[in-house]
Design a protein around this ligand. Structure first.
Ligand SMILES: Cc1cc2nc3c(=O)[nH]c(=O)nc-3n(C[C@H](O)[C@H](O)[C@H](O)COP(=O)(O)OP(=O)(O)OC[C@H]3O[C@@H](n4cnc5c(N)ncnc54)[C@H](O)[C@@H]3O)c2cc1C
Length: 455
């Protein structure tokens, strides 16, 4: 019997689930009300990294002397930049759509909601109602930016991340509220595009969840590039001050005036208006759909994956959850398989220097009282880093002193997001430091620092 599988939400989790299930023989309908690829392509990962790529090129041009050229001062063309961002989104959305269609996935444009445990109702973009029966349903509706009650977002001066790709003008002085991953990426993006930037950090360290040494490297770079860091500053209000300015007040009385304010204070799961109650699906206080290791909700044939599941809010994690869901729906997990280990997910922060880590962090190991071996190599002596004129940062590897097994690591520096993949593979495959140290890497390459750190 062919399994009918309905996926609501076409972000990384939904697309991957639909594609894998179709490949495995399911009859799949993917319901998406916006674009295939989801918020990841339209609002989050892709446009932010495209803008950062432009910002990083501007920054590199300004220090072109490191590669023997006269320093340049390129002008940012916001029209061109906006068109480029949209073109990338469009290319990705159409290639995903083509692939899904070629696999036999039905793509329904519209909003889906559960009207019963095995029924999804879709109000299509043509204004029709379509009813779908399903043996299994995946909710992969993602999340949207959190807007605190004190912040009247107007899309002009007070912005969420979704209004910044790119804004109509480069902000003269941008105040970024929130110093987590998204906040620091937007600081880097707008600083390199030419804005003066003030970052309000509610605690005493940017990236409060990260290794302090890694956070310190970023803070140093921010300060050197002229970013104003206000630590212990919790924003509580924002007001317009004339047509061109905003004033942000902090809990401790500090006041910061700028031309724009950008909120980067987390996200809210998109679990409302999905009719979850009609199918008996439980939602927790934060609005996430709690799931087990197979991404099943409390109703076993209704799954949740991606941001709405409340696990690691990363596109990469959502995609692999989607794949696991499809395999489970198709009965593959009755055989031995590897459960998703969220502690082994690599993640990156696309600042300058780039920051990436995976697995056990040094600070976390100390907090747990766990014995570890930490080896660290600065990029300052790496030939490729010197050739490229950017020798900032380091590679750090955390391993088990008894077995030599790689437990985690961090990379701060140029192309950290690529380099960390080698450590991620080592962590997932239980490789030992010796395996890395004896790998014959390319010379001259940044990856040589990985082998060196593993010695
Ligand atoms: C600024 C920013 C930058 C980020 N950068 C990165 C990064 O570099 N790397 C990374 O791994 N992660 C990044 N993330 C996180 C990443 O974007 C999310 O984890 C990821 O998008 C979650 O994927 P998802 O599949 O849950 O759904 P989403 O990508 O959120 O997509 C959900 C889809 O569901 C659709 N939908 C919602 N409700 C319905 C409904 N009722 N009916 C039909 N369709 C519906 C929406 O239209 C949307 O298309 C970033 C996040 C932000 C905010």
């Amino acid at each position: 019997m062919t399994i009918r599988f309905v996926v609501v939400g076409g972000g990384p989790a939904g697309v991957q689930a639909a594609s894998t299930a179709a490949r495995l023989g399911a009859q799949v309908t993917l319901v998406e009300r916006d674009v295939v690829g989801g918020a990841a392509n339209l609002w989050d990962c892709v446009p932010s990294k495209a803008m950062i790529a432009t910002g990083s090129l501007v920054a590199l041009a300004k220090r072109a002397n490191v590669r023997g050229l006269e320093p340049l001062s390129p002008e940012v063309d916001l029209g061109l930049l906006g068109a480029r961002v949209r073109q990338i989104e469009h290319k990705l959305a159409s290639s995903m759509t083509e692939q899904l269609l070629s696999q036999g996935v039905e793509i329904l444009r519209g909003s889906g909601r559960l009207v019963g445990p095995h029924h999804v109702e879709v109000s299509t973009e043509d204004g029709e109602l379509r009813s779908l029966d399903a043996e299994a349903v995946l909710i992969a509706t993602g999340s949207y930016p959190r807007v605190p009650a004190w912040a009247p977002v107007d899309g002009r001066r007070v912005l969420t991340t979704r209004q910044a790709y790119p804004p109509p003008e480069i902000p003269k002085h941008l105040i970024v509220v929130g110093s987590g991953v998204t906040g620091v990426e937007f600081v880097h993006m707008f600083r390199s595009l030419g804005s003066k930037v003030t970052l309000l950090v509610s605690r005493q360290q940017v990236l409060p969840q990260k290794d302090p040494e890694v956070a310190a490297a970023l803070e140093t770079d921010f300060l050197e590039s002229g970013v104003i860091l206000c630590k212990g500053a919790r924003a509580v209000s924002v007001e317009h001050a004339g047509p061109d300015n905003v004033v942000v007040r902090c809990e401790d009385g500090r006041v910061v005036e700028g031309s724009h304010m950008l909120l980067a204070v987390g996200s809210v799961p998109a679990s409302g208006a999905l009719g979850l109650e009609n199918a008996g699906v439980t939602v927790n206080e934060a609005g996430h759909i709690p799931v087990n290791q197979h991404c099943q909700s409390n109703v076993p044939h209704i799954y949740a994956a991606g941001d709405v599941s409340g696990r690691l809010p990363l596109a990469s994690v959502g995609a692999i959850q989607g794949r696991k869901v499809a395999e489970h729906v198709m009965g593959l997990h009755s055989r031995e398989h590897r459960h998703l280990d969220y502690d082994k997910a690599a993640s990156a922060i696309f600042t300058e220097p780039e920051i990436a880590d995976v697995g056990l962090a040094e600070a976390e190991a100390f907090a747990l009282g766990r014995k570890i071996r930490v080896t660290k190599v600065p990029l300052a002596t790496n030939a490729r880093a010197l050739i490229d004129g950017d020798a900032r940062g380091f590679v750090k590897i955390v391993s088990d002193p008894a077995t030599g097994i790689v437990l985690g690591g961090s990379v701060v520096g140029d192309r950290a997001a690529e380099l960390v993949s080698v450590i991620a593979l080592a962590v997932t495959a239980n490789l030992r430091v010796l395996d890395l140290a004896e790998s014959l890497f390319v010379h001259p390459a940044l990856s040589e620092a990985l082998a060196e750190a593993a010695e």
